[in-house]
Ligand binder design. Structure first.
Ligand code: SF4
Length: 367
């Protein structure tokens, strides 16, 4: 298939792996930020092709995984309200809250619907003027412009039965936190291609200069990721700490300025709590005061209740690159996609789900 096959060419992949082997002379711990990249790396066994000096650890870029328990609990409470239609991406339904999840609310008769776009939620709001329609707006910078657009459009149309439950987080503040951890081992980052398509990569230039750490903006196909790894290894070997762009077919230095302009009409930067990690200053978005009528937290007035993560789940360490899914004692035994203890085992972008799906668990659970 055009624009896919050429990024999955085995001959080219072998050539890039050979070049990585020729270039690397010292240990290099690399982190891919985005969960979509983690799944490609696992699916194509790229981590197993690399020389032993190159270790891949997985970052916090799975939006479902970092959505706090408290927000899931709020979504569950809102979805359980009789006149509400709660609209969400499918991944969110099985993410465990402290006591329930959206799937169980749906099974008990709640009106929880799956969509592919926030504009579908708007359509549902127009079709049901007698019901309150809430869109569960989860994600990184990538999905923020479309979610902002839905609110902007609702205000323009005077749709009073539409609101969004916002859980938007930002990549650069999380990387800053990781780089400041005393246990941090990451020497270089594959920056998230989709986030940078919207935001550009000037924020990563600041991080590269401040922490003297290389970044390569990477795509999502096997050759994209192999090329990004080669570019990072070259930077490390040459002592450079720059931002390079491997994903040139989608990303420019300044990103999508019209999309950002619309996004910042509706959202402003705010402190945000990350699941398992805690609050990171200025690491997310919230609706601006002039859009308060579309803020589901204000519309439904649900108080935040402090709740604890299951003690067994080490997702916080996995999301910070301090542990791998297979280091978790529950992985593949008490925690599976059918019986998840934590969000990274549920999400299609979760690192634990990737290890499970691509059979990295077989040695652990089979004799
Ligand atoms: S395997 Fe399950 S319990 Fe362990 S870190 Fe992953 S999601 Fe949490």
């Amino acid at each position: 298939m055009k624009f896919l096959d050429e990024y999955r060419d085995p001959k080219l992949a072998r050539a890039i792996v050979a070049e990585i082997r020729k270039t690397v002379t010292r240990p290099a711990v690399l982190m891919e930020i985005c969960g979509g990249q983690t799944h490609t790396l696992m699916r194509y066994g790229i981590d197993e092709l690399l020389p032993e000096q190159v270790e891949l650890v997985h970052g916090p870029g799975c939006p479902v995984c970092v959505t706090p328990l408290e927000i899931i609990d709020k979504a569950v409470a809102i979805a359980s309200t009789p006149d509400v239609i709660l609209v969400s991406y499918g991944d969110m339904l099985r993410v465990p809250g402290s006591e329930s999840d959206l799937f169980r609310v749906k099974a008990a008769g709640g009106d929880v619907r799956i969509v592919y776009s926030p504009m579908d939620a708007l359509r549902i709001a127009r079709q049901h003027p007698d019901r309150r329609v809430v869109f569960f707006a989860v994600g990184f910078e990538t999905t923020a412009p479309a979610n902002a657009m839905s609110v902007w459009q609702a205000k323009r149309e005077g749709l009073r039965n539409f609101s969004i439950l916002v859980s938007h987080v930002l990549v650069p503040p999380a990387i800053r936190l990781l780089l400041g951890l005393p246990e941090n081992r990451v020497k270089a980052f594959i920056a998230p291609g989709h986030v940078c398509t919207v935001m550009g990569y000037t924020e990563y230039e600041e991080l590269a200069a401040q922490f003297h750490v290389p970044f390569v903006v990477g795509g999502f196909e096997p050759l994209d990721l192999l090329e990004a790894i080669l570019m990072l290894v070259r930077q490390l070997e040459e002592g450079r700490a720059e931002v390079e762009n491997q994903y040139v077919r989608s990303v420019t230095r300044f990103g999508n300025e019209p999309a950002r302009r619309r996004m910042f009409e509706v959202f402003e930067v705010a402190h945000r709590k990350w699941r398992g990690i805690g609050e990171i200053p200025l690491s997310g978005y919230r609706l601006r005061p002039e859009y308060a009528a579309f803020d589901a937290e204000q519309v439904f007035g649900i108080q935040t209740r402090q709740v604890e993560e299951p003690a067994e789940c080490i997702a916080a360490r996995v999301l910070q690159g301090l542990a791998k899914p297979v280091d978790c004692p529950a992985f593949g035994t008490r925690c599976t996609p059918e019986t998840p203890l934590g969000a990274p085992m549920v999400s299609s972008e979760g690192a634990c789900a990737a290890y499970y799906q691509y059979r990295r668990h077989v040695d652990l659970v089979m004799p």
